[in-house]
Structures are given as C-alpha cells and as structure tokens.
Design a protein around this ligand. Structure first.
Ligand code: COA
Length: 600
C-alpha cells in the first residue's frame, strides 16, 4: 500500500529504488518480519500499540512553536458587545458553562459518541474528553511531557485569567462553595481593574510559551531558579483553563482576521502575549467581540473540541445568564496576580521570544473562504461522499497551482479503538492524479469516469484508515520498535521516499460544526498549506493557511483554484445526467471485507 501511495509522487528512478528496499524489508525472515513480531508482542501488552508512539511523534517530539504550527483554534461567532462590562458578562457566562461541562466530565455523565458518516453507528472511545481540563504540555529540551492531573481533583478548581499580559488566579470554589455567575463577573471586574494598575504590572511572561519548544524549555530552566517564578508556573500548570480577556486588536473584524487573532494573537504588540500556549483549553473573549478558543492539541482532537465548544455555545444562547444578586460577594477574596522575578537575562529571553513570534505572525498567510455555490447536500445527491469529493477538489486545486500532486494528510478518526486518535488518509491517490490531469485535457465522459474513480479510491482509503488499517501508524510502529531495539535504522525509514511521504505539503482536516463557528490551523511544513474545512448543507467553509516566506504557496491563489474547481466539478456532475452507480459499491465492499476480518 505504501508503494502504491508513493509511486506517482516520486521520480521513477527513486520509486524503483524504494521498491527494492520495501521488497527486501518484507522478505520472509527479514527485518520487517522481526519488527512486526515485536509490534504484535507490544499490542498484546498495551491497550493501544500506537498511542504513545503517535503522541510523541505527532506532538511531544516536535520542536516548533505551538502557535500556528501546532495549536488549532476555534473561532466563535462575532459578538456585539456594548462595552467592556458586556464582554465580561459573556466571559462569566462562558466560564459558568465550562464548569457545567466539566461537572459532566467529572461525574462521567457525558453520553458516548457514536460514529457518523462512513460506517456509522460504532461507539467511539471517550478518553479524549477526560483530558480537556486537567492536562498541561510541559516543555522539554528534546521532548515535551503531557502532564495529566487526576480529573476532578479539588486543588484544580481555579482558572487563570490573562488580561493586559498579566495573569490572575480566579478561584472558582471559595469556602467550599462554587462561585455563582454573578460572583465570577465581580471577580473579572476586579481583575480588569488590577490589570490597569501600571505600577504593579509584570513583564509579559506568556510570550515565552509562544517560542520554539526547546527555547521555552531552556528559558523555563532559568525561570525556575527563582521560587516566585516556580510558584507562578506551578499555579498555571494546574489550572482548569485560561481565559484571555483581550483588548480590541484594532484590526478590521472579518473571518480571516478573527482566525488570525485566535491562532497567534497578532503578535506581542497586539494580543500575542496575553496567552499561555501550553494550556490545552484557552478561551479568548475580546472586547471587540472577537471570541474563540486556541488549544494545545496533544490531549485531544478537533472533534472533541467541537463537542465541548458546541455545548458551550448552546449553553450561552440557550440558558439566560444568571446575574441575580449573589450572596457571597462580600466574602470573595481579591484574585491573586501571578508575580514574576526577572533579570536582564530573562528580559533578553522575552525579547527574543517576542521577535520570533512576530516573525511567525508576519509569515502567516491566511484566507477563510465561504464557498456558497453549493454544499454537501448537492454532493450527496450525486451519491458521492462529501468528504471524498472535497478531498478530490483539494487535489485538483493543488495540481492547478503547482502542476503536481504531493503527500497529503487527511486526519481519519480511529476512535473506534480504545485510546484511538487519528491515522492518515493519503488523499493524493493515483486515481486523483488521473482525474486532475483529465480535467485539463480530456472529454467530459472521461473526466466523469476519472472523478468516480478518484472518489471511490478516496472513500475506500477512508474506510481502510478509520478501521485501523491505514499505513502511517503501522509504519510508525515498526520504525519506533526498531529504535527501541537500538537496531541500525532500516533503510525503508531513511529512504528519500519515506522522508517525502512524511512531508505533508497539503495538511487537511474535516472539522464539521452544527453551530456557527469554524476551526483553523497552520501549515505543517514551510512550503505547505493547512486546509481545514467545514461542510454544511448549502455551503462549504475553508480555512486555508500557508507561509508568505514560501514562493511555492499563496492562500488566495489556492482558494481561487479551489473555488473554480468546485464549480467545474459541479458542472461536470450536472452534465453527466446519471451518476455511475456501478462504481459506488466498491466502497461498501471494502467495508464488508474489513468487518469480516474482525476489525473493531
Ligand atoms: N451518497 C450519499 N451520501 C453519502 C455518501 C454517498 N455515496 N457517502 C457518504 N454520504 C453521507 C454520509 O452518510 C454522511 O451523512 P450525514 O451527514 O447524514 O451523517 C455524510 O454524507 C458525510 O459523510 P462523508 O462525507 O463520507 O464523511 P464522514 O462524515 O464519514 O467523514 C472523515 C469522513 C474521514 C472526515 C471522518 O471519518 C473522520 O475521521 N473525521 C474525523 C476527522 C478529524 O479527526 N478531524 C479533526 C482533526 S484535529
């Protein structure tokens, strides 16, 4: 499968070399067989043989800065706040919703999710929900650590509020009583006032968390030499979540600018320092109505984040804020400001982090686009999988911009398995290549046939990946076992094709929502695109990112090609009166085969 995924993406000479390496690896009694045996032994001993390997490879070993490169953001609908107090009321209501949701997690009453779409109906692993509010990504010199606090522990009953780059502790339980919404609002008002006091203002330490992971780990080592800093860090690391109260950014408020503010805060001159990027759940409430969340990705996937934020959005609109007179206001202690000890060395580190964040901000090229010509209902009417169709359209757009196809990542949920996270649907199939080529120089009948082939190949790959038979996790498992055995790294993993196969120039993900909001994230390689899409009945929303620093990419150009391609694909479907139903059963056949093999 690996060879067929890569054959059309590398030069023929390189492919022949890779083929020989793969054949040698798979020989009876060869390295592949040995590693597979060890991997099977590991699967006997663990709940999920790939989870730890995957977590380290995907997140903890990565050294790039979290904003843009790793942390996805969810952009809430734009709010129309009358004044600061109105935005604080919203924030207090949001935190009340967070507490209600957390209680559902702690008391384990969240209903089990079931798969939708392809192979619908299977129950899904819920573990990721239990890491929403009790985790922290601790920077390390070579590898970060995902710290997990015991869920529901009482010492964790507070949030950190960031305001004007200052950090405050908002206790949510005082004298064993949970704070009411009115109390939370009172505390937020006190925090805003305290943040304005310039005499007590602390340096913008949150900036350090926006830096490369090794740089931040090194800076942290300097910081913790002082007990004041040590204490402040310990408090942040154990909080439930961070609430960032942002000042107006001064940017014109549109979908793209709101997405940018969520991803990187606009740099240190805007809101970039009013963040703590290591914390998995970070809510942003801007006075100008720009709201959302930016999340450290290692504990959970976007789908779980959607479930949580949709609950919160429904809570916000469905339940009136309870601003009745609170009983305990007078007893509420003043929220504590976190203090930092700084030195000229630390000041230098802050300056360096600020500069590096600024570079990232300048480099990000983002375009949020609502394609309104049609949505997933039109695609379903063609008897095609909307997700497969969109993936094929993305391939077409990339081909038109670059004249070739490249290794593509589409996240496929494997929550059908205990502790399952994702595997990769390699959407740049040979059938997709044949289709995109046909779109430039073939007759309509040929184009339609190629479109069906591409859709079927994509749908089949999806089913393969979501049932645990994708190749990326398997290859990763074999590679990591070789590493653990301290073997010389097998050539299959040092080969040029393998390196290319892991450079996801197109990194894509479907994150659908049922309420008005959208997800976005950055590219994963310097010359790549990040493309997050949200298919709705009558429109498709795309958040496309790339880096200005690359001469090979431009988000607006990609969006234009995507837009045109989607219209052409619709016209093609319309022209060919009947969908070719004979091609459709291929997908269900794979599903049957997989289930027959006892998967799940
Ligand atoms: N004809 C008509 N309708 C079809 C169809 C066809 N041939 N194939 C699919 N459909 C329907 C489905 O029944 C489904 O209907 P629903 O909207 O009523 O539920 C709908 O179209 C969507 O199905 P499809 O487009 O095929 O996609 P999917 O929902 O199965 O999603 C993945 C595919 C890969 C995106 C999904 O399995 C997945 O893994 N999602 C998680 C991605 C993720 O983790 N993202 C976050 C990363 S941080």
């Amino acid at each position: 499968m690996y060879l067929s995924c890569m054959k059309h993406l590398v030069k023929e000479e390189q492919y022949q070399k890779t083929k020989a390496i793969v054949v040698k690896f798979g020989e009876p009694g060869g390295t592949g067989e040995l590693l597979q045996k060890k991997l099977l032994e590991r699967s006997d001993k663990t709940y999920n043989w790939v989870y730890d390997y995957w977590l380290e490879d995907m997140y903890l070993n990565q050294r790039l800065a979290l904003p843009v490169n790793s942390n996805p953001a969810m952009v809430f609908p734009k709010q129309n706040f009358k004044d600061r107090k109105d935005s604080l009321r919203f924030a207090a209501h949001l935190i009340t919703g967070v507490l209600e949701y957390k209680e559902r997690i702690d008391t384990r009453v969240l209903p089990v999710d079931f798969a939708r779409g392809q192979l619908a109906g299977t129950p899904l692993c819920m573990k990721q929900y239990y890491r929403l509010f009790n985790t922290y990504r601790l920077p390390g010199h070579k590898r970060d650590t995902l710290v997990i606090h015991k869920p529901g522990s009482t010492e964790q009953e507070y949030i950190i509020v960031a305001c004007k780059n200052q950090f405050f502790v908002l206790d949510l339980v005082v004298n064993k009583k949970k704070l009411k919404e009115m109390d939370i609002l009172t505390q937020l008002e006190k925090i805003v006032k305290m943040a304005e006091n310039s005499e007590e203002r602390q340096p913008p330490f949150g900036l350090l968390t926006s830096d490369g992971r090794t740089e931040w780990a090194q800076a942290r080592e300097v910081l913790i030499k002082d007990s004041v800093n040590r204490e402040s860090l310990a408090v942040i690391e154990k909080c439930l979540c961070v609430l960032c109260l942002d000042n107006p950014s001064g940017m014109e408020v549109g979908d793209t600018s709101r997405a940018l503010l969520m991803l990187h805060g606009g740099g240190h001159e805007k809101m970039g320092a009013n963040r703590w990027y290591d914390k998995p759940m970070q809510f942003i409430v801007g006075e100008d109505g720009v709201c959302g969340t930016v999340c450290e990705h290692s504990p959970f996937e976007g789908i779980v984040l959607v479930a949580c934020t949709e609950y919160l959005m429904k809570f916000m609109t469905g339940s009136p804020s309870k601003m009745g007179r609170a009983t305990s206001v007078s007893e509420l202690p003043t929220p504590a400001r976190l203090l930092w000890k700084t030195t000229p060395h630390i000041q230098g580190l802050l300056k360096a982090s600020a500069e590096r964040l600024q570079r990232l901000v300048r480099d990000l090229d983002m375009d949020v686009h609502k394609f309104e010509v049609y949505g997933k209902e039109f695609i379903k009417k063609q008897k095609m999988s909307p997700d497969a169709y969109i993936q094929v359209a993305l391939q077409l757009a990339f081909y038109r911009c670059n004249g070739r196809l490249v290794s593509t990542y589409e996240s496929a949920s494997i929550r059908r398995f205990h502790e399952g996270r994702v595997d990769n649907i390699r959407s740049a199939t040979s059938e997709a290549l044949a289709f995109v080529k046909a779109m430039t120089d073939q007759k309509d009948s040929e184009k339609m046939k190629r479109l069906w082939d591409a859709i079927n190949a994509q749908t089949n790959y999806t089913i393969t990946a979501i049932t645990g038979l994708g190749i990326d996790n398997h290859l990763l498992g074999l590679r990591e076992i070789a590493q653990e055995l301290k073997m010389e790294m097998p050539e299959i993993f040092t080969d040029e094709t393998y390196v290319a196969s892991n450079q996801f120039i197109l990194s894509t993900s479907q994150v659908p929502t049922t309420v008005e909001m959208f997800c976005c994230y950055g590219p994963v390689v310097p010359n790549g695109y990040g493309c997050c899409y949200n298919p709705q009945s009558d429109h498709l929303l795309f958040s496309v990112t790339s880096f200005h620093g690359s001469t090979e990419t431009c988000s607006a150009v990609f969006i234009k090609a995507l837009d045109e391609g989607l219209v052409e694909m619709r016209d093609l479907c319309r022209k060919s009166n009947k969908p070719q139903s004979s091609a459709a059963p291929a997908a269900s056949k794979v599903a049957e085969n997989n289930q027959g093999a006892g998967i799940n």
